[in-house]
Ligand binder design. Structure first.
Ligand SMILES: [Zn+2]
Length: 391
């Protein structure tokens, strides 16, 4: 209160015939100024003399801080536009900046010269705490314009932190295009049941799946079984598989000979081939239950194919072959005549929207990757080092 009261009376115009109060104020002001100069901010800093000396030396060599120091000493201009461009970043803090013993302060925080900022960032982040925590710690003692953003940036590119990253939040659902006719897009997967290996091919349009027993797991055998299925249902436009050893170079040749596009799911993201995965689940379930009851598994498969799908009003067989299949359930001849099912793509579209809106509740849109950006691979299951290696 004393200081502000005094300063408010100490106007510049009172040098001549100053009255008693004014003379008193000027005198007091001089005392205050002397006192202020004796308050050494450096005393409040918990740093060594050598470090202070280093900051001072770098401040002396810093073009911006020299300009800042002289502006602080001579007084700030009235308008931001009158401030040298190099120190305009300090304008919002102009009332708090002071110079002492060659070092600049904002309040009790040291203004760090440009040449020392990288070193300071490394010190702030020495224990690899997160960006927010680093800033909370640094802002008590250090200052430079844009410090918060630079700390965040530094931490986000820290190799050590990134090697031990947490899993990224899942991205919003990216979907394969929807088919407009039967057997246009199919997914494949291998599965084992009762110690036997099978190939499953599922049609995206009808959900109709075929299974083939595999005498061995070679690519040649898998391709042979695919050909038998394609001879029955036609050549697909697109075949989706995982990255299994059956789906590599020999399969690529097969794809070019039979003129379909071969798409593989992302490594370690089997959900990308979710169509085949869920069909495998259904197939295994049918086979398991039939075996348990001692029933014919193929009759179970026939029934499943002939059963109308939930929310679709038609069965997989009707969508693939435009007819009901004859089973042991009595049916009129009329119902076994071929009828093309319409509106399938619209229903598939609706079903997908439902699935996507459910999935995206816990997902977020991730930024596009730029060419040249560092990418890291999540450690594979069983990797005990848990290091996210640069890819
Ligand atoms: Zn780190």
């Amino acid at each position: 209160m004393f200081i502000s009261d005094t300063l408010s009376r100490a106007t510049a115009a009172c040098a001549g015939d100053a009255n008693y109060y004014q003379r008193h104020a000027i005198c007091f002001l001089q005392e205050v100024q002397e006192d202020l100069q004796q308050v050494n901010q450096a005393d409040y800093l918990n740093v060594t003399g050598r470090r202070l000396e280093q900051i001072k030396r770098h401040t002396d060599n810093d073009e911006g801080l020299q300009a800042l120091r002289s502006t602080v000493t001579t007084g700030w201009p009235d308008l931001k536009e009158q401030v040298p461009v190099i120190i305009r970043g300090y304008w919002p803090y102009r009332d708090e900046i002071s110079a002492q013993n060659g070092i600049l302060f904002r309040g009790q925080r040291v203004v760090i010269p440009k040449s020392l900022r990288t070193e300071m960032l490394a010190r702030i982040h020495a224990s690899h705490i997160g960006g927010e925590a680093c800033y909370r710690q640094a802002r008590e003692t250090l200052f430079w314009p844009n410090m918060q953003a630079e700390i965040k940036d530094f931490v986000s590119t820290c190799t050590t932190c990134n090697e031990y990253a947490h899993s990224q939040q899942k991205e919003t659902m990216l979907s394969h295009p929807l088919p407009t006719r039967p057997w246009q897009i199919v997914s494949m997967d291998l599965f084992t049941h009762g110690r036997k290996d099978y190939l499953l091919i599922v049609d995206h349009y009808s959900d109709f799946w075929e299974i083939e027993l595999l005498p061995d797991l070679s690519a040649e055998t898998v391709i042979k079984r695919c050909k038998a299925q394609f001879a029955r249902h036609g050549q697909p436009d697109r075949v989706i598989t995982d990255n299994g050893p059956q789906f590599t170079s020999a399969f690529a040749r097969f794809a070019s000979e039979w003129e379909f596009e071969h798409v593989t799911s992302s490594p370690r993201y089997p959900k990308a081939n979710g169509k085949a995965e869920s069909a495998v689940k259904i197939a295994k379930n049918l086979l398991r239950k039939a075996a348990r009851d001692g029933n014919d598994p193929w009759k179970a498969v026939l029934h499943w194919r002939n059963t109308p799908t939930e929310n679709m009003d038609s069965s997989p067989a009707q969508r693939l072959m435009s007819r009901r299949l004859k089973t042991s359930i009595p049916v009129t001849n009329k119902l076994l005549e071929p009828v093309v099912v319409t509106g399938v793509t619209e229903k598939l579209q609706y079903r997908r929207q439902l699935a996507k809106s459910f999935y995206d509740r816990s997902a977020r849109v991730l930024p596009e990757l730029e060419v040249g950006e560092t990418v890291r691979m999540k450690p594979p299951p069983g990797d005990t080092s848990r290091i996210w290696r640069a890819g």
